[in-house]
Design a protein around this ligand. Structure first.
Ligand SMILES: CC(C)(COP(=O)(O)OP(=O)(O)OC[C@H]1O[C@@H](n2cnc3c(N)ncnc32)[C@H](O)[C@@H]1OP(=O)(O)O)[C@@H](O)C(=O)NCCC(=O)NCCS
Length: 434
């Protein structure tokens, strides 16, 4: 299998590089840590390593050094599509090179072979109360698949440490292949007739998801590709990526680890923000019966701030410019449905809100993030169940965190065990510093 061969070929050099660095330069100090950071959610402390993606505060996410516009331009696309294969992105994340069309299709073919979800998983989900949150169902389905883990099976048999990555790659492919199927099933179970989706081996990951969802507009196939690519990875410190890595570091397999990542993604400070953004845009539309004037929107934004709320979709913990994932989605909407009312409102908000946030002077970054528009695009295609949006995010995020888990195993990353201190110790350190 192509991914296996390519990683195996790269591994000796990577292992030598990391071993040399840690052995010879392990004492070199990378960063100082302040009391504010220790008490402040470890913000900005450099303590994780990934070569798969990096968020530059001044330019945004780079996947293996490539910006979003480069990724969208250079990765191979299915016939007639405007957005690349999701399989091409997964190849880029895992191998660090732009695949040929044949290589991207080889990844898609691996997924097609592995997409069938065992019947008992559907039974588990059907047995849950009807009002169960879609993210609970998603996380449960992933955990229910744990019994199929190749890593767990081989570990029990006593495999050597230097091959841990091989069954992890198998698990990563088996799991990511099933994510769009599980997500589409959850959609039908929660909001429709509960039918079990069928994966078409002749179509790619993005097209399959769109069709399994039952969205008739062919444009949703490209949007699905775009959505999964943009949401795949955002370096390693965000909650879903870090939770997956942390649990995986105990040698828990891909299913345990990703289920944990999804539980983190379900939090309102992480993956849930996209539905709040769409809610805010809809409240603008409803208040003004369509697209408001600049002045009306300016006042509406100030009213939101004055009532003690944040403007959802704006600001970021790391980024200091407009999120390129926002730009890619806005460009897509402007190309395909520029007259849509919510798209026009989102555009106007982009024009007005940064100014308002600058005047307020609190937010370090007054520019939009990925969530400012992602729900609007789903809404256009008729996927209007807000609760479901985090599941979509989870399908995309699975790609990034699984690529990371494979490399964490390949490079023998150890169990995570940071040290905690007491408040008294910090007070003592503060007194000494004075
Ligand atoms: C994303 C977010 C959580 C980052 O938080 P952060 O790193 O603490 O951001 P900052 O350092 O810029 O925050 C400084 C102040 O500006 C405020 N601020 C930041 N973004 C704001 C926004 N969009 N609207 C209003 N106020 C905002 C913060 O609430 C904070 O106020 P405080 O000092 O009274 O607590 C924050 O920008 C936010 O709440 N945005 C809106 C929600 C959202 O879009 N979430 C999705 C994130 S991908």
């Amino acid at each position: 299998m192509i991914l296996h061969e390519k990683i195996a070929a790269q591994l000796p050099e990577w292992r030598a590089r990391v071993t040399k660095l840690v052995k010879e330069k392990g004492e070199v100090i990378v960063d100082k840590v302040s009391i504010g950071q220790v008490y402040g959610g470890m913000r900005d402390i450099k303590s994780l390593v990934t070569d798969i993606s990096f968020v530059d505060p001044a330019t945004g996410i780079k996947f293996r050094g490539m910006s979003i516009p480069e990724v969208l331009e250079k990765l191979p696309k299915p016939e007639g599509a405007t957005i690349p294969y999701v399989g091409a992105l997964f190849y880029l994340l895992l191998i660090g090179e732009v695949p040929t069309k044949a290589e991207a299709e080889a990844v898609e073919a691996e997924w097609a072979k592995r997409a069938k979800v065992p019947a008992y998983v559907y039974d588990v989900l059907r047995a849950m109360p009807k009002d169960t949150h879609p993210m609970v169902l998603f996380s449960q389905a992933v955990l229910a698949l744990e019994g199929t883990s190749e890593f767990a099976r081989r570990y029990k048999e006593g495999m050597k440490k230097d091959v841990y990555w091989e069954p992890t790659l198998e698990d990563a492919l088996n799991l990511t292949a099933k994510l769009p199927v599980i997500a589409a099933f959850i959609y039908h179970l929660k909001y429709g007739d509960g039918k079990e989706p069928e994966y078409d081996p002749k179509a790619d990951f993005g097209a399959n998801f769109a069709r399994m969802m039952g969205v008739k507009d062919k444009g949703y196939e490209d949007l699905s590709r775009l959505y999964f690519i943009l949401h795949s990875d955002h370096e390693s410190g965000n909650v879903s990526a870090h939770a997956t890595h942390l649990v995986g570091s105990a040698l828990s397999d891909a299913y345990y680890a990703f289920s944990a990542g999804l539980n983190g993604l379900a939090g309102p400070l992480h993956g849930l923000a996209n539905q709040e953004c769409l809610g805010w845009l809809i409240s603008v539309r409803d208040q003004f019966g369509g697209v408001p004037s600049r002045e009306d929107l300016y006042k509406f934004a100030w009213d939101t701030l004055n009532s003690g709320k944040v403007i959802p979709g704006y600001g970021h913990a790391v980024l200091r410019v407009t999120d390129p994932r926002f730009t890619a989605q806005l460009d897509y909407a402007k190309q395909h449905f520029p007259e849509d009312t919510l798209v026009r409102i989102a555009e106007l908000v982009y024009d007005v809100v940064p100014q308002v946030l600058k005047e307020q002077g609190k937010a370090k970054n007054p520019a939009p993030n990925v969530d400012a528009i992602s729900g609007t695009l789903q809404y256009y295609y008729g996927v209007r169940e807000f609760d479901f949006y985090t599941v979509l995010f989870g399908v995309g995020r699975g790609l990034g965190v699984m690529a990371n888990l494979v490399w964490a195993r390949a490079l023998g990353q150890p169990i995570e065990r940071p040290k905690s201190v007491t408040t008294a110790m910090l007070e003592e350190a503060a007194a000494k510093a004075e």
